[in-house]
Design a protein around this ligand. Structure first.
Ligand SMILES: [Mn+2]
Length: 312
């Protein structure tokens, strides 16, 4: 039975559903994870399986450790649209298929399997933070509401259920479910309340570059904050940073998410914290408490385009 490991966001769920559709009636083990937890998810995914035939890893970029971990399966197929740095030898049973210029991993998945789906357009809109259609708006809110409502095994169960429903019934089937309509309604109300939080944003000037920072202890949707900040009197912002402070195994950790209104290279910034992603949307999870000063210091090391001075 194939294994699918996907990013636990809208693009990841759609990617997983497309693979499920390709696999047909066949069942699959499905896991959702984050870039920070990827290696551990691959490792724990093998537990208890007597046959490790094939694993598809989607919407997640690998490094030496995670790619080698995936090689424990007979075959590993990585399909992605993040920026990869392959500075290691790729094992023979590992295939890496990526297109960093693609709007979404779902689009790359569709290309890989030679299929077409309207879901790809929805993933493109959401991942590029360019939501136009009502369908994309609904789906983004649905994923947001599920992630807000559930955590741990319940979250995994619900994302898996959604990926299967999407594969079997399409978006229309999903949109017609009462439970989802209710979740989305509740979430929309919460988003409106979130507008208040924008007042907590601190503005900094780093060598003439405008930086907006929001600290939080609960996960907030970065796209929403980025869009809302466009209405701020000091907008546009060169760097937008949401810092989420968490505790993991009794240790402080900081989730950093970076965006830009002015096309700055925020990937270079994320790389300074061991993260990754895309040029205008990136992030990192750091296993310590990070202060705002540290962020500002790293920004000051970047050149005007936002690229790392040391590399240019
Ligand atoms: Mn993606």
């Amino acid at each position: 039975m194939p294994t699918i490991i996907a990013h636990g966001d809208a693009d990841g769920v759609i990617s997983a559903s497309l693979i499920l559709r390709v696999l047909g009636e066949q069942k699959a083990y499905i896991y959702f994870t984050s870039p920070a937890r990827l290696r551990d998810t691959i490792c724990s995914s093998i537990s208890g399986k007597s046959v490790l035939d094939i694993v598809y890893i989607v919407d997640l970029s690998g490094n030496r450790q995670s790619v080698y971990a995936s090689a424990i399966y007979d075959k590993a197929v990585w399909i992605d649209h993040h920026i990869w740095k392959i500075d290691f030898e790729v094992p023979k049973n590992v295939e890496i298929y990526f297109d960093s210029d693609s709007e979404s991993a779902s689009k790359v998945v569709a290309e890989y399997f030679g299929i077409e789906s309207q879901l790809v357009d929805i993933a493109n809109e959401i991942d590029k933070n360019n939501v136009q259609s009502e369908d994309a708006e609904f789906f983004r809110n649905l994923i947001g509401s599920i992630k807000k409502e559930f955590s741990g095994v319940q979250l995994a169960f619900n994302l898996r259920k959604l990926a299967k429903e999407l594969a079997l019934e399409g978006l229309d089937g999903v949109k017609n479910k009462e439970e989802y309509k209710e979740l989305v309604e509740k979430y929309r109300t919460w988003l409106k309340e979130l507008d208040e939080r924008i007042k907590d944003v601190k503005i900094f000037d780093v060598n003439g570059r405008k930086v907006a920072v929001l600290k939080t202890i609960t996960d907030l949707p970065i796209y929403y904050i980025t869009n809302k900040l466009k209405e701020h009197e000091e907008a546009p912002f060169d760097y937008i940073c949401v810092m989420t402070y968490k505790v993991f195994k009794n240790k402080s950790m900081t989730k950093l998410e970076f965006r830009t209104h002015t096309n700055k290279d925020v990937l270079s910034l994320a790389l300074k914290f061991g993260g990754g992603g895309h040029r205008v949307a990136s992030g990192a999870t750091v296993l310590e408490h990070i202060d705002v000063e540290k962020i500002l210091e790293k920004i000051s090391e970047l050149n005007d385009e936002g690229a790392d001075n040391a590399e240019n």
